[in-house]
Design a binder for this molecule. Sequence first.
Ligand SMILES: [Zn+2]
Length: 170
Amino acid sequence: MNCREMNSNLAELLLDARLAQPEARGHLETCAGCRRELAELRATMDLMDQWAAPEVNPYFDAKLLARLRDQRQAPPAGSWERLKARILYGSSLRMRPLMAAALAVVFLLGGAACFELEIHNQPPQESAAVRDLQSLDGNSQVFQQLDSVDQAADQQEPGSGDGAGTPSSD
Ligand SMILES: [Zn+2]
């Protein structure tokens, strides 16, 4: 048995050496590396046995609830927080839905304004059709230039006798 095969037998050796295969026990007697690995695993297991989860404070729930109550009763810090608290908790019961609705409208209007701003800030997007037309326009300009070059060449050609393009008559 080699060290790689020992890996699957280490757990059995760890739990109960009698459960392990005799070959594994034989390998362990001859291989210092596997003995060391087994010892490390055993030390880890011992640590896990000693480790105990910390006990929860029996007053944890009561303390948490008390703190939540304090936070709810404490005056909010910022002016916005104060306003919100006043709208949501401070106003009379009859007015509360109305105030909540007003707050929602404020939020909606604000959101809409932001959205509109974003739309207006975006550069106008040209559609694919516009892009195609523009490229066609560019192509036609290139063709016109080519045509004018041809026409210029045609006009020059009758002047030159041998077709070399240079108007040198000899
Ligand atoms: Zn080994």
